[in-house]
Design a protein. Structure first.
Ligand SMILES: O=P(O)(O)OC[C@H](O)CO
Length: 437
């Protein structure tokens, strides 16, 4: 008997000594970012030898969300999952999360005051922080300074308004002797996110109830003057053959169009500043970055926070959840955020990191990393730039992209496309609200 007790004691002691708490972390960062995530994880494990983090790439943002839903249904959910910004309402409503606020309220070692205000404004819903900001971005207008110069444009004066964007695109689009376009003014990933960003930059909401932030959204409101101007701009760019569309949400194709010089401007996320800077340079081009254009220079909205945040999933032991919380605080540390920013183009989510980079002259030497930060910090702070909170955001995006394609195909006018998309999104929101209220 004594021997059995001793044996069991030794087994449990060994398990404590040799098997640290293990945290499963699903993320959506592909390419070079996988190695960056692994570096952060290995630094963490060195600092916290009792915690092991299994970081696993789980596909694109939509794929990761779907994988989480399947994981929750099969009882195989991770401790931490990276979910894109537009999943915020759905994650809150899902009932499967541990709000980060619950951990924050019991932990004096982390103060959310260190975070950039627009990032907090995005992720705080009803005054509560549900997830930990990690990789934050906004959209930018990237442009090829070399192609600007070749076309006789001032490389230090990127377009600021829709009219200028059209005008520049006309100047930058080139055809060969047979009439084939060899260089387009503009490309983009044919992604609703860019339209959402342009709406916010034009200081307009996507949905009612202050973009779903003072009460649940009940209807879409983007069939507005601002929405119409955006659709008309894209319609004109298409009709004149000035824009190179990609397949829906094809970031890689838009990136390739731009890096290769096939298109002189590109609406894209700041999270790829590093990729574009290096890519253009290796092709003999110089990169420029600019704020999103606005319908009129007097309009002062601002972009919305994009990217993703880290969520704690419920159903694990307290010890594991606490270990996961330590990891969330670690990735948010000043040094880790600086490394992440420099290795990608995502913002450092913390004020102290930005100050340090400024004092070390990083932004003086790398102005393209600063453009989106400046755009963010100069933005008007209101519900439009805080961003919409919609439970059916992935479906909203799909609807807006279908409307865009129907307009480009000539099946619908800009007015018809917007009106159809707005009605469809309102239906989707109302179906969602019936389910969750
Ligand atoms: O490419 P990211 O990570 O900057 O994200 C862009 C959008 O916010 C995705 O919803």
């Amino acid at each position: 008997m004594k021997r059995t007790v001793m044996f069991l004691f030794m087994v449990s002691l060994l398990s404590v000594l040799s098997f640290p708490v293990t945290i499963e972390f699903w993320h959506a960062m592909s390419g070079d970012r996988i190695a960056l995530i692994e570096d952060i994880v290995s630094d963490f494990e060195e600092a916290y030898p009792d915690i092991k983090v299994n970081a696993q790439y789980s596909g694109s943002y939509p794929e990761t969300l779907n994988k989480l839903i399947a994981g929750v249904q099969s009882g195989n959910a991770p401790h931490i999952v990276q979910i894109y910004e537009i999943g915020t309402r759905l994650m809150i409503d899902s009932g499967v999360i541990v709000p980060v606020q619950d951990l924050l309220d019991q932990d004096d070692s982390y103060d959310v005051g260190v975070l950039l205000e627009p990032i907090l404004n995005y992720y705080k819903v009803d005054g509560k922080l549900y997830s930990m900001p990690f990789n934050s971005s906004t959209a930018l207008l990237y442009y090829n300074k070399t192609l600007f110069e070749e076309a006789g444009l001032d490389p230090n004066r990127p377009p600021q308004t829709y009219e200028e964007l059209l005008e520049y695109s006309r100047i930058l689009t080139k055809k060969d002797s047979r009439g084939n376009t060899v260089q387009y003014g503009l490309t983009w990933p044919t992604h609703s996110w860019i339209i959402e960003q342009l709406m916010a930059a034009a200081d307009a909401p996507l949905v009612n109830n202050d973009n779903g932030r003072t009460a649940r959204a009940t209807e879409a409101v983007f069939n507005s003057e601002a929405g119409l101007k955006i659709f008309e701009l894209f319609d004109q760019l298409n009709k004149e053959g000035l824009i190179l569309n990609t397949a829906r949400e094809d970031w890689n194709a838009a990136g390739q169009n731009f890096v290769s010089g096939r298109a002189a401007m590109n609406f894209f996320s700041t999270s790829d500043v590093k990729v574009f800077q290096e890519g253009l340079e290796s092709n003999g081009y110089e990169l420029g970055t600019a704020f999103l254009p606005v319908p009129d220079i007097s309009v002062s909205g601002g972009p919305v926070i994009g990217g993703a945040s880290l969520w704690l999933i419920d159903g694990h032991t307290d010890e594991e959840t606490k270990a996961a919380w330590e990891f969330l605080k670690f990735v948010n540390r000043e040094d880790q955020q600086i490394r992440w920013h420099q290795g990608t183009g995502y913002f450092p989510v913390r004020k102290d990191a930005i100050q340090r980079l400024h004092y070390e002259e990083f932004y003086a030497e790398n102005p393209n990393y600063f453009t989106s930060l400046l755009q963010l910090l100069l933005a008007k702070r209101d519900f439009n730039s805080a961003g919409a909170v919609i439970g059916v955001f992935p479906e909203t995006r799909e609807t807006i992209e279908i409307a865009y394609e129907r307009m480009v195909d000539g099946q619908m006018t800009p007015e018809e496309a917007l009106s159809w998309a707005e009605s469809r999104v309102t239906e989707l929101i109302q179906e969602y609200n019936e389910f969750y209220q």
